[in-house]
Write a protein that binds this ligand. Structure first.
Ligand code: PLP
Length: 234
């Protein structure tokens, strides 16, 4: 199997090529290293390769690994967040990508008030209406947007989605396009810009970039196979 530096070099070339194909400036796409289920050693190695932005999907696992990792690293939460974990998530993460309900948003508001913080967030969208997945239904999002925007401790920076698993990346394209259109609609409702479109994983990130992704979340393409956990399982 290829080493992490080799994987990273290949990924960076593919990101660059996808930017070139779609006429987007280099640097308009950020790479989030999804380190869930990877040991602290792998995170250290990725940090040595210059990666600074990491994603974890479990608060407890992240707490442990963040404590063992270089302090300069930045962390995004990308899993389903339960309200009883919000207090700690607010301490650990610089962004929560998975706000999927008003009760969760209210809890983030409350905990940020207590911690005197502002939390950048993305709104998670269930683009294909899959019952196995979390995230806002598009219509629901649009109707709750004003309430979400009224929470002054949340800084809404964009949207994120995990489209249905399909071995062919082209199958994800309509979902990415749908997410981008929803982002545009949400901007109209809110009257301010939503710069982030968090979409694209190891199997489909090039298509996601062609459709406007600003933040690709890569796990296996970077680190190799995870031990025992699949993102599609939840
Ligand atoms: C696991 C996970 C990823 C990374 O998946 P890969 O296919 O390994 O790149 C991205 N986003 C979320 C939300 C995840 O849970």
């Amino acid at each position: 199997m290829a080493s992490l530096p080799e994987n990273l070099a290949g990924i960076q070339q593919r990101i660059q090529a996808a930017c070139d194909r779609s006429g987007r400036p280099a640097g308009s796409v950020k790479l989030l290293a999804v380190s869930k289920s990877q040991p602290p050693d792998s995170i250290e190695q990725a940090a040595q390769c210059g990666l600074a932005l990491f994603g974890e999907n479990k608060v407890q696992e992240a707490r442990h690994k963040i404590a063992l990792s270089p302090g300069r690293l930045r962390w995004h939460f990308i899993g389903h967040l339960q309200t009883n974990k919000v207090r700690e998530a607010v301490e650990l993460f610089e962004m929560i990508q998975t706000v999927d309900s008003l009760p969760l948003a209210l809890e983030i508001q409350k905990r940020c008030q207590q911690a005197a913080k502002i939390m950048p967030v993305l709104l998670e969208i269930n683009v294909a209406g899959e019952s196995s997945k979390h995230g806002y239904a598009p219509a629901r999002l649009l109707s709750e947007l004003k309430d979400l925007a009224g929470l002054d401790r949340l800084q809404i920076q964009g949207v994120m989605a995990i489209p249905p698993f399909n071995p062919s990346p082209e199958q994800a394209r309509p979902h990415f396009r749908q997410l981008r259109n929803l982002r545009d609609q949400a901007e109209q409702v809110l009257g301010f810009g939503l710069p982030h479109l968090s979409m694209g994983m190891s199997g489909d990130f090039e298509v996601a970039i062609e459709e406007g992704s600003t933040l690709v979340r890569l796990g296996t393409a970077l680190f190799g196979q995870r031990q025992s956990f699949s993102p599609r399982d939840h």
